[in-house]
Each structure stands twice: as C-alpha cells, then as structure tokens.
Design a protein around this ligand. Structure first.
Ligand SMILES: [Zn+2]
Length: 115
C-alpha cells in the first residue's frame, strides 16, 4: 500500500510504502485511486492541531477490495464508494439516533487521532 504521509510540522509530505491493513470483521478495505485535500487541510497539517504522522487526503473515492465477515452484503467487493470523512463516536445519543451531524466532537480523518 502506498500513502502520502505528513510526518511532522514541516509538512514534508512523503509517499510511503507500507503493509496492507488487516481487515477486521466490521471493516472494508478500500482501493483508493485518488484522494483530495483542501487548502484548509494543508493549513491544519502545518500546525499542532493535526495528529502526525497521518495519511494525507480526506476526500476519498474508491472501490471495495475486501470486507470483513460482518460487513453488510450491499457493500460488495468492487462497489464504488466515497468514504465518510468525519469520524463519529457512534455511542452517544446523537450518533446512535441517526443525528451524527449534531455530534460536536467529530474529527476529519487524517487530522486527529480518535479513540
Ligand atoms: Zn457520538
């Protein structure tokens, strides 16, 4: 797998090769052909507000390459998708009732570590 990574505050972007991620039971591995980043995203990477090292690019279209056993059948291998760029907790009242957009702690992939 190749990924453009921001390693530190100097924004020295590097194309790095790494292992293909393992696919857990609820995961889907996405084959990404292109990813975009906004100027605001680059500004975030230049500050301490972004988690580093991180993979750059949060506008991510791709195709499903592999799925875990618990992934719904409609997410079939070869399906074209766009990755939801905001990460939610999926545990609070907002996230568990379909109102993720009301969750105040959402973070953009690639810019923050989420636990
Ligand atoms: Zn939540």
């Amino acid at each position: 797998m190749q990924a453009l990574q921001a390693a530190d505050r100097t924004l020295g972007l590097r194309l790095e090769k790494g292992p293909t991620p393992e696919v857990g039971p609820n995961d889907a591995l996405i084959e990404v052909h292109i990813a975009g980043i906004t100027p605001e995203g680059l500004q975030l990477l230049e500050t301490d507000r972004a988690h580093k090292p991180s993979v750059v690019g949060h506008e991510v279209p791709g195709t499903i390459a592999k799925t875990g056993d618990l992934v719904p059948a409609e997410l079939a291998i070869g399906s074209r998708i766009r990755v939801q760029r905001i990460l939610f907790c999926l545990r609070c009242e907002c996230c568990s009732s379909g109102r993720e957009h009301m969750y105040g702690e959402g973070v953009v992939i690639g810019f923050a570590q989420f636990s």
